[in-house]
Design a protein around this ligand. Sequence first.
Ligand SMILES: [Zn+2]
Length: 279
Amino acid sequence: MAIQHNIAIYAIHTNLDNVKNGVNHQIALRLGLNQTRILQPKSATLSKLQTYVPHAQVKQVLDALFNVGAGKIGNYSHCSFRVNGEGTFKALEGANPFVGQMGEVHTEAEAKVEVVFPSYLRHKLVQTLFEVHPYEEVAYDIFSLVNENQEIGSGLIGQLERAMEPTEFLAMLKEKMELSSIRYTEVSGKKIERVAVCGGAGSFLLKQAIASGADAFVSADFKYHEFFDAENRLMIADIGHYESEKFTKSLIYELILKKFPTFAILLSKTNTNPVNYYS
Ligand SMILES: [Zn+2]
C-alpha cells in the first residue's frame, strides 16, 4: 500500500540500538550521564588502508581520504600515520608513468600512509584514492581489523553529575523517564554514580555492566532469576521495554529536522505498548 501511494518507509530498530548516538544516548541524555562510552563495543567492523604516495602528493591524498570518512578515532579526526621510504617500479610497454623513464627501473621517494576507516566505506575510499593519487597504478593494501569500534555496539555507560543514594537515584529515574513503576534490586552500602543503560531487553549485558564498574544498570525485560545475578554488586533497574525506548522518536525527529529543514514532521501519538499497569 505504501509503495502504491509513493510513501517511503524507513524502519529502524536494532541498528539504532547499536550506534553511539541512538536509543541509549537518548536515555543517557535524560539521566544526565557524562563521559559516555559504548558498554560492549563491536569488533571487526574497522579496516585499515595503507598506500604509497610521492611526498608532494601526500597532503592531497590524505585530505581526500579524510573527506570521505577515513581517519576518525573517537573524538579525533584526521588520524593517520606515515613513514618515509623508497618505492621502485619499471614502466613496461603500454604504461604512461607519472615519473621515471619507460623501460628503466625508477626509485621514487614516497611516504607509506595509513588510515583507519569503517569497513562499509571501503569502495568509496578506494574509488577516492584512485581519483586523487597521481600514479597510473596505485599501490595500496587493505586490512580487516579485529579492533573494537568505539562508535558501534550494545549499551552505554556513563557518570552521573554526583553520587546519589539508591532511593534518590530511583526517584530521579522515575521522574526523568516518566515512569509509573520500576522493578529493581536492592544494593546496600553503595551510592549510585556510574550508570549503565540499555534500551529494550538488556539482561544479556549484565555481566558487562558489572565488569565495567556500574553501580546501576537501567534496562528492561529482566526475568525473575536474572535479578539474582546482581548479587548486591549493582542495582538492576528494570524500567520496562517500551518505557526505555519511548523517547527515541524525539531523536529521529531532531535528526530529520536537522537534515531536511523543509520537511513537515508529524510525530505519531499512538501508544503501541501492549503492557498496561493496573494499580
Ligand atoms: Zn525494543
